[in-house]
Design a protein around this ligand. Structure first.
Ligand SMILES: *Cc1c(COP(=O)(O)O)cnc(C)c1O
Length: 385
């Protein structure tokens, strides 16, 4: 399925070359944008392999094969957004099925589960998936899957992917991992036993805050067939141009992730020394509760940091004063972004639950970009002073 992917082991090389590495027809180094809705049939009962772009498109196909190769999986699927990818995965289940979900997760996923799919008879339990006892306690006879984020959003809790995959296998359940925060560059859940990996490609994979995308990777033939069926039937496919933008983003994934992580480590350590910062959540700090598990299942810690400031007035001050860092939702791009989860990404989660999780009105989340770290530190210093 992959040209480069199978032969070259290094991620640094694999991200640059993707699956095919070039367009076999013309030699173009950049895979062309096949901006065509439909494809001419050579004759009756004949197909070039492409019939209609909702079913398959050569540009999207290269992205799908590339993400599959990077996650070390067999099948990739590209959707119009991360939420469309999550939604397609939920279609694998039937009314009456129960899914155990990380309690600290992307607010949009929570909203999709609670406001839409629970109406159709699916049941969701939200538990701290970094705590094995809580996972066991949540199991029911109708439990069909685990849906986890690790590190979680925004509290950066780390779940043990191997342990949950093992439990899922024993119980005939599926293990679904949202791998948006670490990307296959740092973490490959399928290699650790998970069944389904998904991404908001909008974030690190695209990397430039210019495109929305969702990606899913699986190994199993039947899961792949079912997901492809949903993809073509519902039609939330990624457009050719957007597929090309994500492919282009992936080429620099390795250098971006390295630089972003390097900046994040410095910033997390600096934040710890600030009198106006009460607590820092970054997986790469050795005192982080999930540090050891993280080292055992991922080759890096990523570049997402959350922190509590002393009081709510400081939140307003920081969001008003930042100049280099941009006050905006989203994460993973080259630009550093600061978010106020309680009112932005996690507004869909009821206040009582948010406070229990720690997503309070003094929590800020920072997605560290690739800028000069000294400029980022100076910006944080003047805004926190
Ligand atoms: C952004 C995000 C999503 C949703 O993706 P969209 O591309 O915005 O639809 C899902 N999961 C995580 C962890 C995210 O950060």
């Amino acid at each position: 399925m992959t040209n480069i992917g199978n032969e070259v082991k290094s991620m640094n090389t694999r991200v640059v070359h993707g699956c095919k590495g070039y367009d076999p027809q013309t030699g173009a180094i950049s895979i062309p944008i096949y901006q065509s809705a439909t494809f001419r049939h050579p004759g009756l009962y004949q197909s070039t392999g492409y019939d209609y772009s909702r079913l398959q498109n050569p540009t999207r196909e290269e992205l799908e094969n590339t993400i599959a190769a990077l996650e070390n999986g067999r099948y990739g699927l590209a959707f119009s957004t991360g939420m469309a990818a999550v939604s397609a995965v939920v279609h694998l289940f039937s009314p009456g099925d129960h899914i155990i979900v990380s309690d600290d997760l992307y607010g949009g996923t929570y909203r999709l589960f609670e406001e839409i799919y629970s109406k159709y008879g699916l049941e969701f339990s939200y538990v701290d998936t970094s705590n094995p006892d809580e996972i066991i306690k949540a199991l029911k006879v109708n439990s069909k899957a685990f849906f986890i984020e690790t590190p979680s959003n925004p509290m950066m809790k780390v779940a043990d992917i191997r342990a949950i995959s093992k439990l899922a296998k024993e119980r005939g359940m599926l293990h679904i991992v949202d791998n948006t925060f670490l990307t296959p560059y740092y973490q490959r859940p399928l290699e650790l036993g998970a069944d389904i990996v998904l991404h908001s490609g909008t974030k690190y994979l695209g990397g430039h805050n210019d495109t929305l995308a969702g990606l899913v990777v699986v190994n199993d033939d039947i899961l792949s067939e079912k997901l492809k069926f949903t993809q073509k039937s519902e039609g939330a496919v990624l457009a050719p141009f957007d597929s090309w933008l994500i492919l282009r983003g992936i080429k620099t994934l390795a250098v971006r992730m390295e630089r972003q992580q390097q900046n994040a480590i410095q910033i997390a350590n600096w934040l710890k020394t600030q009198k106006n910062v009460l607590k820092v959540f970054y997986v790469g700090l050795p005192e982080h509760e999930g540090y050891e598990i993280s080292k055992a299942q991922a080759s890096g810690f990523g570049a997402m940091i959350s922190f509590y400031v002393r009081d709510k007035t400081l939140v307003e001050q920081v969001l008003e004063r930042v100049k280099v860092i941009i006050f905006a939702e989203s994460l993973g791009g080259v630009e550093s972004l600061i978010t106020y989860p309680a009112v932005q990404t996690h507004a869909a989660i009821p206040e009582e639950i948010r406070n229990k999780l720690g997503v309070t009105d003094t929590l800020l989340r920072l997605s560290v970009g690739i800028e000069d770290v000294n400029d980022l530190l100076a910006d944080l210093e003047q805004s926190l002073a």
